[in-house]
Design a protein around this ligand. Structure first.
Ligand code: MG
Length: 255
């Protein structure tokens, strides 16, 4: 009986503290395959089939309040924040898909339970638009019933603060790289998600410090073997990569 309780306790600890093994996040989806494109539904489909822990995506709020996917602030010269959803619907990705809406991503994600959405809310023109984007994104995710399958990330403090204010249980990781783990912890963040150069060259102590504080650790965008091996050796929780297959190979060899 005592052994059973110990196993349950260890399982619970595992759910709330650092991952035992580094997990793979497909950057902008698993897009580097024939017929796919960054931030497309196809790239999400590939990430799910691959079995990634997470599929990262970038979202913007359009002028008329629709949350859509795109990395840059414009697509083919059309600025997302000042365009309507209808104007954007005429555009096509490299694989001929329209730019997806977040709702389409939610609808696909909820049909499975193995791959999370790692939702990056982009930095908009004003703090108020950032907060609006955060509120609308969280509303869609909550109403879609997939709150438990979403981690939030952003370079914008306005986005992150609004997400944490809306619900302190939101899992929010900061991208911009200048806040120490102690500051992130004090501000209610779930974790850090920093550039590889920050965590390997500028502050190699931050992974250890973050773990000691109970924060999650994620690094972007790690595409070569040497850097992957470095972060695996540091026991980082998540690696965000354009090359999920390469990382899976290293994890298979390691374990
Ligand atoms: Mg991104």
């Amino acid at each position: 009986m005592k052994q059973v309780f110990t196993i349950i306790l260890l399982s619970l600890c595992g759910m709330t503290s650092a991952q035992a093994q580094t997990q793979i996040i497909a950057h902008r989806g698993y897009w580097d395959k024939l017929g796919s494109a960054q931030n497309s539904l196809s790239s999400l489909e590939n990430a799910i089939k691959f079995g990634a822990y997470g599929s990262e995506l970038d979202v913007w709020l359009t002028k008329d309040g629709v949350v859509v996917l795109n990395h840059d602030d414009n697509y083919q010269g059309v600025v997302i924040q000042t365009a309507t959803c209808e104007e954007l619907s005429a555009l096509r990705l490299a694989n001929d898909e329209p730019l997806p809406t977040l709702q389409q991503y939610i609808d696909r994600a909820k049909k499975q339970s193995s791959t999370k959405l790692i939702v990056e809310i982009k930095t908009h023109a004003t703090a108020e638009r950032d907060a609006q984007a955060a509120r609308e994104t969280a509303r869609l995710i909550d109403e879609g019933g997939i709150a438990g399958m979403v981690d939030y990330i952003s370079f914008s403090e306005h986005v992150c603060k609004e997400l944490i204010r809306l619900n302190p249980a939101h899992r929010v990781a900061y991208l911009n790289g200048e806040k120490s783990p102690a500051v992130l912890k004090a501000e209610g963040y779930w974790g850090l998600d920093y550039a590889w150069s920050v965590l390997k060259e500028q502050h190699p102590e931050w992974i250890r410090e973050a773990k000691a504080l109970g924060l999650t650790t994620n690094v972007w965008t790690v595409n070569n073997v040497e850097r992957m091996q470095y972060f695996l050796s540091q026991g980082i929780d998540y690696i965000t990569t354009d090359n999920p297959q390469l990382l899976k190979g290293l994890l298979t060899v390691k374990h």
